[in-house]
Ligand binder design. Structure first.
Ligand SMILES: [Zn+2]
Length: 370
C-alpha cells in the first residue's frame, strides 16, 4: 500500500531528476543561464526536501493533542466522574496527555528518522507488526463537495472514522481488535485529528497546459483522477510560486506544506505553551454546545462531515499559483493567502480544538465501558 510519504518521496525524486536534467541541458548555454537555473534549483530544493520528509500524521502536534486530552478529562471529571475513573483505570498510570500522542509516537515510517520515538520499542514493534497500516488510520481524504462522510470511493475500512468506530467497539467489549488501552490511546488521538480539517477533507486539482491549478470539489470528478488529490494539503506549499522566499527567515518559514502549518503553526499562534493553551480554551470548552446525535458509534462520521464544511472555508481563502514540477504524475502547488487569512485560520484552529475537546469528552461520557 502506498502511503503519502511514499508518494511524496517518489515525487521528490522525480522533481530532482527533472531539475538536474534542466541543469545538464544548460551546459551548452551561456554561464548566466546556468547560474539562473542553479539559483532556481537552490530555491526550490528546500521545498522538495520538505515535501519529501513531511508527515501526515502529526495532526495538531503534541501541543494540540495534549491540550485536548487535558481539557477533555477535566470536563469529564466534572460531568461524569465514573467515566473519568474508567479512563484512568484503562490507562493504568499513563497520563492522558501521553496517551493522546502515543499513536504518533508509535507510528512507523519508511524513512526511519521520521518514525515515532516508540516505533522501535518492544511495545511499538509488537503493535506495528499487528497493525502495519496504522499510519493510514489518521485521516480520510474527502472531496470538498462531499455532502457527508461515507462515500466508499473515498472512505476506507482503515480510515480515521472507521478506526474510531473500532476503538469504541473495543472499549464497549464487542471487539478485541486491539487492547483496551491502545483503543483508548487511538480514540483520544483521532478524535483530535478528525477536527483538523485537512485530516478529513481536502483539495483535488486539475491543471491546464501552463500548469495553472483548478480545484475540483465534485466527488464524481474527483474520483475520476485520484492523483489530483493534494494529500490533505501536503502538496500545497506556502510561499510564492517562484519559491523566492529569501526576503527574511519569516518569509522562508512560510514555505511550509499547508498541512503542517495547520497541524502545528496555527496551534502555536493560539498559545505557545500547554499551560497557556489550556487556560485560554477552558471556558470555551465548557460553554461549547456539542451537537452529536444518535449512537456514539455514529459520532466520528458526524465529526468528519462537520470537518468538510470547515475545509470548504479553509480552501476558500487560498490563492493558487502554478504546479511544480510542470509535468508528470507528482506535483506541488505554491499558494498564497489573502489579506487576513492567517488571522482567520488562527481563529478557526482554536475553534476546532475546542470542538475536538468537547466532542471527545462527550464520547468518553457516552461509551458503555466494559
Ligand atoms: Zn494523527
Amino acid at each position: 500500500m502506498l502511503t503519502r510519504t511514499f508518494h511524496a518521496q517518489a515525487m521528490s525524486v522525480h522533481g530532482v531528476e527533472a531539475l538536474e536534467g534542466s541543469l545538464i541541458v544548460c551546459r551548452d548555454k551561456p554561464a548566466a543561464f546556468r547560474e539562473y537555473f542553479a539559483m532556481i534549483f537552490r530555491l526550490i530544493l528546500p521545498a522538495i526536501i520538505m515535501v519529501m520528509t513531511c508527515s501526515r500524521a502529526l495532526a495538531w502536534g503534541q501541543l494540540g493533542h495534549r491540550t485536548i486530552a487535558t481539557l477533555a478529562l477535566e470536563h469529564l471529571q466534572k460531568n461524569n466522574p465514573a467515566a473519568a475513573a474508567k479512563v484512568k483505570e484503562i490507562l493504568a498510570g499513563e497520563s492522558i496527555e501521553d496517551a493522546s500522542i502515543w499513536p504518533d509516537d508509535v507510528r512507523p515510517n519508511r524513512i526511519k528518522s521520521r518514525s515515532g520515538r516508540f516505533a522501535e520499542t518492544e511495545e511499538g514493534k509488537i503493535f506495528n507488526a499487528a497493525h502495519p497500516d496504522n499510519p493510514m488510520w489518521h485521516f480520510v481524504d474527502l472531496p470538498l463537495g462531499s455532502k457527508a462522510y461515507g462515500d466508499k470511493r473515498f472512505s476506507k475500512e482503515n480510515d480515521i472514522v472507521e478506526t474510531m468506530v473500532k476503538c469504541i467497539d473495543v472499549l464497549e467489549g464487542r471487539s478485541d481488535f486491539m487492547s483496551k488501552r491502545d483503543a483508548l490511546r487511538f480514540l483520544l488521538h483521532l478524535a483530535g485529528d478528525v477536527h483538523q480539517p485537512l485530516h478529513a477533507a481536502c483539495g483535488f486539482f486539475t491543471f491546464d497546459a501552463e500548469g495553472r491549478a483548478t480545484i475540483i470539489t465534485d466527488p464524481d470528478e474527483a474520483a475520476a483522477d485520484m492523483d489530483g488529490n493534494d494529500s490533505g494539503g501536503n502538496k500545497l506549499l506556502l510561499g510564492s510560486e517562484s519559491g523566492a522566499t529569501d526576503a527574511s527567515p519569516e518569509e522562508a518559514d512560510k514555505r511550509l506544506p499547508l498541512h503542517r502549518y495547520w497541524d502545528e503553526h496555527l496551534v502555536v499562534m493560539n498559545a505557545e505553551t500547554e499551560a497557556e493553551l489550556v487556560a485560554k480554551l477552558r471556558d470555551r470548552v465548557t460553554s461549547f454546545q456539542a451537537v452529536n446525535s444518535g449512537n456514539v458509534r455514529t459520532w466520528p462520521a458526524q465529526w468528519a462531515t462537520d470537518s468538510i464544511g470547515v475545509s470548504c472555508k479553509l480552501y476558500g481563502e487560498l490563492k493558487y499559483g502554478k504546479r511544480f514540477p510542470r509535468t508528470g504524475k507528482y506535483w506541488t502547488i505554491y499558494l498564497n493567502f489573502q489579506k487576513g487569512t492567517k488571522e482567520k485560520f488562527t481563529g478557526m484552529a482554536g475553534e476546532q480544538l475546542v470542538k475536538a475537546t468537547r466532542n471527545l469528552a462527550e464520547t468518553l461520557g457516552a461509551i458503555q465501558w466494559k
